[in-house]
Design a protein around this ligand. Structure first.
Ligand code: SIN
Length: 253
């Protein structure tokens, strides 16, 4: 059985998996990928160009797939979220967020494949939310740990802990974001906003991040339970097209 070859992408999170095709993975190799994901939070696989069925198959290995509540899927495949940013119109992925945290059962893993990439720009940034929690002062950690927050969008509203314990690693991660978190449970928006702003700014400082510069056919997978991300729109009106397979729940055991 071969061992995954990994190359770290920043001091905070992210690793590139070298020389591996995601087609026809053995169970042993998939288990190594899952372990590498728990350890590195984001994994990059260059030059994959996975057919739709293989992309879906990879997602299903992590658990039941999520269908986006509002955005349209790829023709005939509602579980493949189609992200097409043509023209500089703001969309929900261009803020620090974790995927669909307004869902009662928010996604665990996202697996994004680049279909069409602008000549320049269009990177995705990722931020380590274990580190975000661990670098708060003990007093702030203590204050926010019992809090819950209201996340809403797309007509959905859910309440989640502000600090989540990761089911695979047992580590604590901060879980608020600019895309969906509206207020702390039991508080008004006005009362909540200053602390929410502080937490997201803290959680996305450059020291906590890595950045992926895409080529067509790359696959990047990340763990939404401990990672925030941001799609940078710095490519003007050029088209940028991505397919995302999103895992709804936890990994079957
Ligand atoms: C996403 O937010 O899931 C998409 C990120 C991207 O398009 O870079």
């Amino acid at each position: 059985m071969r061992t995954l070859k990994l190359q770290k992408l920043s001091g905070s999170l992210g690793a590139r998996v070298i020389d591996l095709s995601l087609l026809n993975l053995t169970e042993a190799c998939f288990n190594q990928i899952a372990s590498a994901l728990w350890e590195n939070l984001v994994l990059v696989f260059k030059n994959q160009k996975l057919p739709i069925e293989a992309h879906l198959h990879l997602g299903k290995k992590f658990g039941e797939l999520h269908t986006h509540p509002a955005s349209k899927g790829v023709e005939g495949h509602p579980e493949i979220l189609w992200l097409m940013n043509s023209g500089k119109s703001k969309n929900i992925t261009e803020v620090w967020h974790t995927d669909v945290s307004c869902d009662e059962k928010p996604p665990s893993i996202s697996i994004l494949q680049s279909i069409q990439i602008p000549e320049f720009g269009g990177d995705t940034q990722f931020a380590n939310q274990y580190k975000a929690f661990e670098t708060l002062s003990p007093a702030m950690q203590k204050m926010i740990t019992p809090l819950k927050a209201v996340h809403s969008s797309f007509g959905l509203e859910s309440i989640h802990p502000v600090v989540r314990t990761h089911p695979e690693t047992g580590r604590k991660a901060l879980y608020v974001n600019n895309g969906f978190t509206k207020r702390f449970d039991g508080m008004t928006v006005e009362e909540s906003q200053p602390l929410l702003d502080y937490l997201v700014i803290h959680a996305s400082t450059p020291d906590m991040t890595m950045r992926h510069n895409w080529s067509t056919g790359d696959i990047v997978m990340w763990d939404n339970r401990c990672v925030m991300h941001y799609a940078v729109h710095d490519y003007g009106d050029a088209p940028r097209e991505m397919h995302r397979v999103t895992v709804a729940g936890e990994r079957p055991r």
